[in-house]
Design a protein around this ligand. Structure first.
Ligand SMILES: [Zn+2]
Length: 397
């Protein structure tokens, strides 16, 4: 048994304890939370930390298998040029990929991340995930814009997910993005998602080029598909509507859905989403570090707050970020929108991600009976309850 305390304890649910005491079992399960009302008596059995204790972080969107591409791409190059670069450079020796994945996993662990919604296109990072102390939910991503590829693409994903399951890893089959998945492949993914009932995710509204593709059948994305990937696009009939409006309805409404990036989302898009599915099982994953890296742009964060949506945070991959740290993502958001209370921002980094991934029975908040992991944040602004650019993190358990 271990008793810990700090100047402030933020539980991830909006409650703050001043010099409270958290009692932990040896495996990190929370046995008790004592609200001392700030009057902590010195005691040999209580470890006191200078700073703020918060729950372990949830990284709702990552690509561990792209970790070997760290520092490969120039910043602010734009989205479609980034896609082209990924295609050109992602192939590498499997040992090299898995070694980079292992290192990235250790970094995430040290950065206080306890669970990850991790995209995979193959199996190269499975071993790293299997051996990790972090919980991984793998979103096995299907790719196939040409309907003729649908069966093969789904079969590949199905085989990969079966291997993941045999290794004790949980996961589901998901569509990559509207611009890379045919209606037939969407249909196969939807049938499987309905069968499994597991969370699914999709890259959504990360570019305007995906809208050009669906509205007019032309533009940068079509050129990319044809010229860089050699994909035949003559089968495709533009819908005359945005990518979101053309494809969201193809996903089952009952599954948890993580919409990732939402960089160009507008109020009218949100109004539309609420007509297609329940917002209570829809999460909006923001990856501000990656968005700045690739497109030097941030999503309209206040729009999601005004609509009281469930926001999560993701790092995306090391191909498009300087580090895999949810704390750094929080700092970017706080700098862009200083009026967001830290308690609220912390909820995005913890409980919302846990809810999205279906693991809130043990993760996401400091509550009795959970084993959420606990991080100590030091060098924080106590009076304004804000992070400083120099706020640091130490994993306590
Ligand atoms: Zn991604």
């Amino acid at each position: 048994m271990r008793k810990i305390s700090a100047h402030l304890i933020l539980d991830g649910l909006g409650h703050c304890y001043t010099k409270g005491i958290v009692t932990l079992d040896w495996d990190g399960t929370i046995l008790n939370i004592e609200d001392t009302g700030g009057a902590l008596r010195e005691s040999a059995e209580v470890e006191f930390f200078s700073g703020m204790l918060v729950p372990g972080f949830i990284n709702a969107h990552c690509h561990l298998e792209l970790s070997h591409m760290h520092n490969t791409f120039p910043e602010s190059a734009g989205f479609v040029p980034f896609l082209k670069k990924v295609v050109e450079t992602r192939a590498s020796e499997p040992e090299y990929i898995s070694e980079a994945a292992e290192k990235a996993d250790i970094l995430m662990y040290k950065n206080g991340i306890v669970a990850v919604g991790d995209i995979a296109n193959g199996t190269t990072a499975f071993e790293a995930k299997k051996n990790s102390s972090i919980y991984y939910f793998t979103f096995l991503e299907t790719l196939g814009f040409n309907p003729g590829r649908s069966e093969k693409a789904f079969h590949w994903a199905d085989n990969c997910i079966k291997l993941a399951e045999s290794m004790g890893l949980k996961g589901s089959i998901v569509p990559h993005a509207p611009y890379s998945v045919s209606n037939q492949l969407f249909e196969a993914v939807a049938i499987e998602a309905t069968r499994s009932g597991l969370p699914i995710s999709i890259h959504s509204q990360e570019s305007l080029a995906e809208d050009d593709l669906y509205r007019t059948g032309s533009g940068e994305m079509v050129d990319h598909l044809r010229d860089n990937l050699g994909i035949e696009t003559s089968h495709f009939t533009p819908t005359g509507e945005s990518a979101l409006r053309s494809t969201l309805k193809l996903l089952p409404v009952e599954n948890h859905l993580l919409l990732v990036h939402n960089l160009f989302t507008t109020q009218s898009d949100l109004d539309y989403i609420s007509t297609v599915r329940k917002l209570s099982n829809t999460w909006f994953v923001l990856c501000p570090g990656s968005n700045l890296y690739i497109q030097n742009r941030l999503p309209n964060i206040d729009l999601f707050r005004r609509n009281e949506l469930q926001i999560c945070l993701g790092t995306d991959s090391l191909a498009s970020n300087h580090q895999l740290s949810i704390l750094e993502e929080m700092k970017i958001i706080q700098q862009a929108s200083p009026s967001i209370p830290l308690d609220e921002l912390l909820g995005w980094a913890t409980i919302h991600g846990a809810n999205a991934l279906g693991i809130s029975d043990w993760a996401g908040s400091i509550e009795i009976g959970k084993r959420p992991g606990i991080n100590l944040l030091t060098n924080v602004d106590f009076s304004e309850r804000k992070l400083f650019p120099g706020t640091r993190l130490k994993k306590i358990c």
